[in-house]
Design a protein around this ligand. Structure first.
Ligand SMILES: *Cc1c(COP(=O)(O)O)cnc(C)c1O
Length: 232
């Protein structure tokens, strides 16, 4: 079990999974970054991640990240990967260096306003529920056009790509289809709006192979790196 293995061994095994998946997909491993997900772990884990060479960590809650950022002894980039409530936009813009989970038109507008007030240009990704999983957040695909327009009109946001979370399913093709749909949506929107969006944030510990096959550039890895999470 990953829980008892040190970070370095876990990292080696993730890197070899990535390199196998890249080889199958005829992609270069340079195209796939790992975002270590430190949610539910202490600030000490953030320091371990930094020492292992990472310059960003992923967190899924604003409050938890705020506290961890205060107590972390290292300078690192903080990325929000979990659902954001619109009343927390300002705090999120203060804390995070990038937000992956922008899943509504309202959030696009509120984040742009908050970023303008704070004098920041905030990198974001739009999250789509391409797996059409009722248990997952993410905008519906038919919202893509209005959200794209709003992002491109937003003076203080920098739209870098799309993000999704695959439904939990023993059939790996479900994850693969979810990821392929996100890539197709990204390609379509990128062309339609003449806006380059290099990032596809998709794939986690259990489905990173499918994500890489579909074109992921950013895999968000928690348990395979740090062991199983303590229950919330
Ligand atoms: C927790 C989380 C991850 C990491 O999940 P693991 O299965 O532990 O790798 C990735 N993305 C999001 C949005 C998460 O909330």
């Amino acid at each position: 079990m990953a829980t008892t293995q040190p970070l370095e061994a876990n990292l080696n095994s993730i890197r070899s999974r990535i390199s196998n998946a890249c080889e199958l997909a005829k992609r270069s491993t340079d195209e796939v970054q790992i975002l270590p997900v430190t949610k539910t772990h202490s600030a000490a884990i953030v320091e371990l991640a930094k020492n292992a060479g990472f310059n960003s960590v992923g967190e899924n809650r604003v409050q938890e990240a705020a506290e961890k950022k205060q107590s972390a002894l290292v300078d690192i980039r903080w990325e929000l990967i979990g659902h954001l409530q619109s009343n927390k936009c300002r705090q999120a813009v203060e804390i995070f260096d990038r937000i992956h989970s922008v899943d509504s038109l309202k959030l696009v507008k509120r984040l742009d306003t908050a970023a303008a007030e704070l004098g920041k240009k905030l990198p974001i990704l739009l999250q789509f529920n391409t797996g059409e999983d009722p248990a997952k957040y993410g905008a519906k695909v038919d919202q893509a056009d209005v959200m794209m327009e709003a992002c491109l009109n937003a003076t203080h946001l920098k739209l870098q790509g799309f993000m999704t979370i695959a439904p939990l399913d023993d059939n790996r093709d479900v994850a693969l289809n979810t990821f392929v749909k996100l890539r197709e949506l990204r390609d379509h929107c990128s062309q339609k709006f003449s806006h380059e969006m290099p990032e596809l944030s998709m794939g986690m510990s259990g489905d990173l192979e499918q994500a890489i096959a579909a074109g992921s550039t950013l895999i968000r890895v928690g348990s395979a790196l740090f062991g199983s999470r303590p229950p919330l």
